[in-house]
Design a binder for this molecule. Structure first.
Ligand code: ZN
Length: 455
């Protein structure tokens, strides 16, 4: 195995896995990932409260997790940490005294973050507090109400249409209290203090693709990387409430943001849609180029999307004050599928094989991130003799061998200490794995050595 001397000295990284062997760790994990989603599905998550804590506790059974509580009212840039939401019960009883809607049946029935309310209302008075999807009469919508002190219920349109005139008893037994906002972090130390930041949100109740698929995939990524005997980068996985949680994390970890070399937001990776990678605000960060390369080499149908200031938490990480090199990796994109933010985004909508493939692709990308060294050709005056060093026996006469010969020549030619293996891969239009294999062979026979840190 090779290691770039521009990174952490001359000690060879004997333990570093190749991208292929790292990605192979995903095999057979889809079933367990889906089972983890099933375990998390019933938890009543919101931007604050016990649902997030329970979720983090479950994640903590798989990976080392540090949980941080930031008190309500704490100033976080232009915002402050909101009150903590406590839910005990929420239901509506019809004119005949029977419950017509009950959060005990489905977490989505209560508008998330609803303020407490008790009272008896006519159907006309109740209606402005009821939300359904007329186009999808059997689905319950997901609605939130974070910034207005009000309450509401979501129900199927069939339920709504069946409501008879009369008086309805409403119970929203919730509280909004001085508590805290909770986030979790899993830090896997590497040789370098530079970090790879992986973020996923943990604030959606009983929704599978958005966001349990991201939670399971990030957890399994961390679990796989944690099992490596050695890593070049320090990896930080953050499990945060969306938007306000990302702003909260950024405000509490401003020192960390200085060290983020690469990052990715993971969301919506369990459905059957094609892959999407939304580039960072920088547009051409190494992570953008690596994700593009990984997807191209994967053979998967995929699309790259330029940065836009909407979507998931890349909005916060790529705000101009931070401008982190972070894009967003997903299958179907934010809001693009009918099940999005409805009860149809359930455990059947995500599949073990889709989760497993997403894990495999991200592990492939991180394998590239780990191995993207910069080297120096130690025999730069004319081409060195490859035969004398046994490199022709590696090449042979076959087609793959010719590609390897080309890769050796590309690496020798470009390794002036300023071009990374990623740069060379792009110029040569050869697979990253082949360029890496060539670099490894050249290092082993002494033709390649320590590079300089690119300027
Ligand atoms: Zn969402």
């Amino acid at each position: 195995m090779i290691m770039s001397a521009t990174r952490s000295g001359s000690e060879p990284s004997a333990a570093l896995l190749t991208a292929a062997s790292l990605a192979s760790q995903a095999a057979g994990q889809g079933t367990a990932m889906h089972a983890f989603c099933t375990q998390l599905y019933p938890m009543l998550r919101s931007i604050t409260g016990q649902g997030v804590r329970d979720t983090l506790a479950a994640i903590g059974h798989h990976i080392p997790l540090t949980v941080t509580e930031v008190p309500t009212g704490t100033k976080i840039f232009d915002w402050e940490v909101p009150q903590e939401w406590v839910v005990r019960a929420a239901w509506i009883k019809g004119p005949d005294g029977r419950k017509v809607v009950d959060i005990a049946d489905h977490n989505l029935h209560l508008v998330n973050y609803s303020a407490p309310f008790r009272g008896t209302l006519t159907l006309d008075e109740l209606r402005p507090h009821l939300f359904s999807l007329p186009d999808r009469p059997d689905w319950i919508p997901y609605r939130t109400q974070y910034f207005k002190r009000d309450w509401g219920f979501c129900l199927t349109d069939r339920q709504l249409q069946a409501l008879e005139p009369g008086s309805y008893e409403v119970c929203v037994d919730t509280d909004l209290v001085q508590g805290s906002m909770t986030f979790g972090e899993c830090i896997l130390p590497g040789d370098s203090t530079e970090e790879v930041l992986v973020s996923t949100h943990v604030c959606h109740p009983s929704l599978a693709n958005d966001n349990l698929s991201g939670i399971a995939t990030a957890t399994w990524l961390a679990k796989t990387l944690a099992a490596l005997p050695r890593r070049h980068y320090t990896y930080r996985f953050i499990f945060i409430p969306a938007t306000i949680g990302a702003i909260c994390w950024l405000s509490q970890r401003q020192d960390v943001t200085q060290r983020v070399a690469h990052g990715v937001v993971i969301s919506g990776v369990g459905d059957g849609g094609q892959y999407h990678y939304k580039r960072s605000r920088r547009g051409n960060a190494d992570i953008d180029r690596i994700m593009a390369l990984m997807l191209a080499e994967s053979g998967e149908a995929h699309e790259q999307i330029p940065f836009f200031p909407y979507g998931y938490d890349e909005r916060q990480f790529c705000s101009p004050g931070f401008n982190l090199p972070m894009g967003c990796f997903s299958r179907s994109t934010y809001g693009s599928y009918p099940q999005y933010h409805t009860s149809a985004d359930n455990l059947d909508f995500i599949r073990p094989e889709h989760l497993e493939r997403s894990l495999q692709l991200l592990l492939t990308a991180f394998g590239m991130v780990e191995r993207n060294g910069t080297y120096l050709n130690l025999s730069p005056f004319g081409e060195p003799q490859l035969g004398r060093r046994g490199l022709y026996s590696l090449i042979g006469g076959h087609n793959e061998g010719q590609k390897l010969q080309l890769a050796l020549l590309w690496v020798l030619n470009q390794s002036d200490g300023t071009n990374s293996l990623l740069d060379i891969t792009e110029k040569a239009d050869l697979p990253f794995g082949l360029i890496h294999q060539a670099a490894e062979a050249l290092l082993n026979c002494g033709l390649l050595g320590e590079g300089r840190t690119p300027v």
